[in-house]
Design a protein around this ligand. Structure first.
Ligand code: ATP
Length: 301
């Protein structure tokens, strides 16, 4: 993985792990999904044809009819999806629609209250790396010491080298000696990304990795996600930055009120609705009024 940054997204477009015409996620709503075959694929005029040498993307995580309730409050209902190797899968949806709950369920941090989540990847020392929405680190240590600690936890042969490399990748090399409690919110998130990716887990789950980052660093974080995918990692992230998702993601799942209402490659989603942006797909698919957060468990009188 390299740490090169481009600020305009053109290199990322060129370096995208593969064409987005291959569907790593079903476009059906609420169905168990798997890779579709090329024969099942509708021709897509907005994208170039899939080259023959694009590797298959086996599902590494599968969610099958997943429900999650916090006590009496049902937050996820019948969510079926896959997270595939060598792809960036993005979860989008309104505030409170259940993205964090789904990410935590897929990462194995929350038990589904119905359905199942299955890991189908390699039996790695660390299977899933996870960046929480609000990463926090134990005060009293520097950035380098913190990342080195996580590096040694995952059994790196040379924790120092691995930690230094990872800080360079996320763009934090210059802050290596700074105490973690003296970092800005965006810098803390970058330490979190270093922590989530150390040890090269087959699955990396990033909850709003670009939140609080300036535009250049947001681009950089999505570029890191694309580079991880190009190396074969299954990257699952949530984001409200629809243009970055549109440019970067191989597959998108749109969650509304705890249900997946659309999923598939962004180009297919745009083509299905005959619109030219993921934002337009979002606006046509989300039921809630803009400016209102739908709160599960609260009924309309
Ligand atoms: N521990 C919890 N106990 C009870 N309810 C919870 C808990 N965590 C989340 N919720 C509720 O579940 C719903 C979905 O929350 P979640 O954080 O998954 O949404 P989200 O899509 O990630 O939102 P955002 O985009 O604002 O981060 C919300 O109504 C929230 O209040």
């Amino acid at each position: 993985m390299t740490g090169d940054t481009d600020s305009n997204g053109e290199d990322r477009e060129r370096n995208r792990p593969s064409s987005r015409t291959d569907s790593s996620m079903s476009t059906n709503t609420n169905t168990t999904t798997g890779p579709t075959t090329d024969a099942e694929q509708e021709p897509n005029e907005t994208e170039t044809a899939r080259p023959d040498d694009v590797p298959d993307r086996p599902p590494v995580l599968e969610a099958d009819d997943v429900d999650h309730s916090y006590g009496p409050v049902s937050v996820l209902e019948n969510v079926s999806t896959t997270v595939d190797a060598g792809a960036v899968t993005a979860l989008i949806g309104p505030n409170g629609s259940g993205k964090t709950t789904l990410l935590r369920t897929l990462a194995g941090l929350l038990e589904p209250t119905g359905g199942s989540v299955t890991y189908r990847g390699d039996d790695a020392a660390r299977r899933i790396g996870y960046l929480p929405q609000q990463p926090a680190f134990r005060p009293g240590f520097t950035v380098l010491e913190t990342v080195r600690f996580y590096s040694s936890l995952v059994g790196a042969d040379e924790p120092d080298t691995a930690a230094v490399d990872r800080l360079e990748t996320v763009g934090l090399a210059d802050a290596a000696d700074r105490p973690v409690e003296a970092l800005s919110g965006g810098m803390t998130r970058l330490v979190g990304i270093a922590q989530a990716t150390i040890g090269d887990p087959p699955v990396v789950v990033l909850d709003e990795p670009a939140s609080g980052l300036d535009p250049g660093m947001s681009n950089h974080v999505f570029e890191i996600a694309a580079e991880l995918a190009a190396e074969g990692t299954a990257v699952l992230l949530s984001s409200h930055d629809l243009s970055l998702v549109d440019r970067t993601a191989d597959a998108v799942a749109l969650l509304d009120d705890g249900r997946i209402v659309r999923q598939g490659p962004p180009a297919s989603m745009r083509a299905d609705l005959e619109v030219d942006s993921l934002r337009a797909v979002y606006e046509q698919s989300v039921a809630a009024d803009a400016g209102t957060v739908r709160v599960q468990g609260v009924t309309d009188e």
